[in-house]
Design a protein around this ligand. Structure first.
Ligand SMILES: C[S@@+](CC[C@H](N)C(=O)[O-])C[C@H]1O[C@@H](n2cnc3c(N)ncnc32)[C@H](O)[C@@H]1O
Length: 223
């Protein structure tokens, strides 16, 4: 695919454009979460999310940005909350709306860039920012997370890939085997600190989803 960002992003693709292809949107869930390892990972991510949202009162309102195909919005809705899902890709939102139709108006969507959502700041009981930050360099991660956090009254949940020497070795082996290395911009432990403090957040808790198999970590923070 031709890069629309002057080759700024690794893999030569732009995360704000990539998911606007219908085929990519329609295959997103299947491509990542249909295999047995994918299903286990999806289940553990949802378990981590449920734990981090467990103290929210019933019928809270949560911003899911970006919502993608509504994969994690579904978990929040099943917990009895309302969700507003924001995404820059209308194609991803179409998939999400079809999938979450059964929740009626408890799931609302907005097609927007997270940097310019037409919503009142501080109006959500919690915000979620999942599986997107790893596509950007650290400064853009801070700007993205700051934008999403601005809509929360306090609780902010996000995930990111965090690498250690063990994960670097794992990436090396995966590359030798010809496997795709997923996250373009994983963070080191000190960089996680920069992301959190740079976004004016304080960490409450973290959950390393599958420590020896995946770099993914869920973070729960307050503003
Ligand atoms: C990999 S999906 C993750 C979706 C979902 N959070 C999940 O965990 O399955 C990343 C999403 O980010 C969206 N995205 C990328 N840049 C964005 C931006 N600036 N504003 C809003 N959405 C954006 C893409 O359209 C895509 O749907």
């Amino acid at each position: 695919m031709e890069s629309s960002n002057g080759g700024k992003y690794k893999k030569n693709w732009n995360p704000a454009e990539h998911y606007k292809e219908i085929e990519i949107a329609e295959n997103y869930d299947k491509a990542r979460f249909a295999s047995i390892p994918g299903r286990v990972f999806d289940m553990l991510e949802k378990k981590a999310l449920r734990k981090m949202l467990s103290k929210l009162p019933d019928n809270s309102i949560v911003l899911d940005a970006p919502t993608g195909t509504g994969r994690l919005a579904e978990t929040i809705l099943e917990m009895g909350h309302r969700v507003v899902g924001v995404d820059i890709s209308p194609e991803m939102l179409e998939v999400a709306k079809k999938k979450l139709k059964r929740f009626g108006d408890k799931y609302q969507t907005i097609n927007s860039d997270v940097h310019s959502i037409d919503l009142e700041k501080g109006s959500f009981d919690a915000v979620l920012c999942a599986r997107v930050l790893m596509h950007f360099p650290l400064e853009e991660q801070i700007s993205f997370l700051t934008a999403v956090s601005s809509y929360s009254k306090g609780l902010v949940i996000f995930n990111q890939s965090v690498i250690t020497d063990y994960h670097r070795m794992r990436r090396y082996v995966k590359r030798l085997m010809g496997n795709q290395v997923p996250a373009s911009f994983p963070l080191t432990k000190p960089e996680v600190g920069q992301l959190i403090s740079g976004s004016s957040l304080t960490e409450i808790d973290r959950d390393q989803v599958l420590p020896f198999v995946s770099e993914a970590v869920f973070f729960s923070c307050r503003k």
